[in-house]
Design a protein around this ligand. Sequence first.
Ligand code: F6P
Length: 322
Amino acid sequence: ISKIGVYTSGGDAPGMNAAIRAVVRVGIAQKLEVFGIHSGYIGMVDNIIQPLQLRDMANVIQRGGTILKTARSTEFMKPEGRAKAAANLKAAGIDALVCIGGDGSFRGAHALWEEHQIPVVGVPGTIDNDIYGSDKTIGFDTAVNTALEAIDRIRDTAASHDRLFIVEVMGRNSGFIASHVGLAGGAEEIFTPDGLTTVEKAIDHIKEGIARGKTSSILITAEGQKPGRAYDLADSIRKKSGMDAKVSILGHQQRGGSPTAADRILASRMGAAAVDSLLKGQCDIMIGTEGERLVTVPLDLVTKTEKKTQIDLISLANLLAT
Ligand code: F6P
């Protein structure tokens, strides 16, 4: 291979720029030409592709978001859209791709290989951490720390006013941010899409705390959890117990900001490994982590397997919040 393309797709995540930088700089060091594809699959379909040089990567390692921009393309979901994208890549002479994104992005990458034999290596970039085959995804550590900082502030005011707070964190279908932030932030209860706890259990837990002399509590809820969104949860608690809860939805601030050292290091290692894999002739795989070790996992397996929330973190948080 002599020309590779790199793109970011799906929701942005802090550290994506560090991954792009690693792909560009390792690629050029290996005598490859590297091209940036703008706005994920939209740029592939609409042919918004431009060469990237070493100096284009100056001052990006610390920047949140993605300099290549990102999107969720509906056209690429159709076979005709993918055919158009493949024709554009072939016309530009691009032999292989690095896809930085999440689940949906990898389904697209796998389809490109299956239908058009364009080799792609995936790098998991999503704050949700919900990608099977990798213990950690790029952006997760930053998002958890951003949410935690907000929760610590909320705890100050909750304690001052003896209040109950419900803090909603991101995670459309996953409870990774909620479980990590809940344990690290000393939450009284953690609601995740796995439906492990119920409103009744949470009420009992809060009441037990009050009986022991506790005057304020924080419940963490993932946006995709079973009893509904944070305001529904507050309503339900009010109806079932008479307790009032303040709601705070952290939202998209969790997606922004400068990446933590852990995310920059992870992104740099994964970006470099993706280029190395392509040079070794590997494709249709994702670079993942198993502990500190980098591993490769078939994209098909990644997209078809669910990564389970760490239930043990939730039970530990429950046990510790006494
Ligand atoms: O996948 C990352 C994520 O931030 C989810 O946690 C959230 O549900 C979703 O993206 C929000 O997407 P959008 O930015 O398109 O509203």
